[in-house]
Design a binder for this molecule. Sequence first.
Ligand code: SF4
Ligand code: SF4
Ligand code: SF4
Length: 443
Amino acid sequence: MNRIELTRIPFIKNALKSRYPQLAVFIVMLIGYIFAILAGLIGTPVGSHNFSIVFVWIAWWAILILVAVPFFGRGWCAVCPIPLPGEWLQRGAALSPPDKRPKWLNLRVPKMFRNIWLQNISFLLLALFSSVLLTTPNITGIVLAAMLFAAIGLSTVFERRAFCRYLCPVGGFIGLYSQTAPIELRIKDKQVCVTCEGKPCYNGSSAGYGCPWDVFPGGLTKNTYCGLCMECIRTCPHDNIAVNLRPFSADLAKPSTRMDEAFKAFIMLGSAIIYAGVLLGPWGAFKDAAYNVSSNSWFIYAIVFLAIIFVILPGLFMLGILNKKNTLPLKQRFASLSTALIPLGLMFWVAFSLSFVLTNASYILAALSDPLGLGWNLFGTAHAAWQPMFTSILAPAQTLALVGGLIWSARTAQKAAGEVKVSPIPVIIYCFIATSLMLWLLL
Ligand code: SF4
Ligand code: SF4
Ligand code: SF4
């Protein structure tokens, strides 16, 4: 498969090797993040006029799902401020490794948690409360602060970035969809790694830290767990790490066999369908149920939400791939074939987010001038009227995204089915029905 090594370009290589450009972006992001927490806690309770809601759930979400994840994979994780304070505390430094590192517990995360089930649960918790989270500034402020403190707490107990790797609700789906991105970090030559002494990319050296994501870069075959922190570029003494441009979804050629990753695909697919129905659909009763947290109707909503994700969607998928003649375990076929849902889910989120973001993007201008809703007018745009944007291209763009996702999934299903020696047809039919449902909900 064709790859173009971006790190051959001296400007890119130097910018990635040096800690200063990344630190500068980190500091801006951290200030923005802390401001979002404060705005959520002390700003106006009107969500559409509060920086925390408008910048996190509209501006950041739009950039993340429409640009960062599809084109840069875990690019957001490379500049995300959430793990920073904990990591600086853990390392006792904000830049290169210090002579003496602080004595934290540095425990290894117990084996039973070294998977993405906790990330699946944390995402579902946010998803179940999302109607409130997306509209109530102080809840958004509390959740953002809780993520920051959880990352700090885990950094003082466990080694490396335990929060990112095993708990972050955002990191789980970014990792899943990063496999489709046309960018990767990989070693250049396996043989160099075999003879490399001390493996500083994993164990660290005076030049840099061992992989914060607990990945051995020499063995990387997919993007899922590489946070693109660039430490291994700094530590590898043999200049054996490259950042490459590559074809889209290259990682999906080798399907996963892990059930936690398979269920992540169902969680993301199901959540996109449910959100499209509840948040954008014409059914007021569903919306009321989702908003009235702790009411009886919310409990029914939560049960239906979980049933769709854990029973109905995987159950129908399983029925489709049952084949007594196939000798491979059903679990393996299930996990491998669910790879086809990754591009489908990503494009469902793109289509859903286009509605959500274009309808609400005009709030960004007003919030920029008056981020706390206190009557300021910093840039003269505080009174910009709400107005949906690009309404004429919304439906064609969504249709294109969904149909494109279906074709992409069908191709992925063909490859995955080839690996486990089954017919791709049931998976393609499944994807077709899911896409038709999403088209009906959105258009
Ligand atoms: S995993 Fe989560 S906290 Fe960690 S860098 Fe990525 S988005 Fe940020
Ligand atoms: S430090 Fe470089 S050469 Fe050594 S194992 Fe890591 S990537 Fe390979
Ligand atoms: S050290 Fe290298 S392999 Fe590990 S997360 Fe950072 S960029 Fe990825």
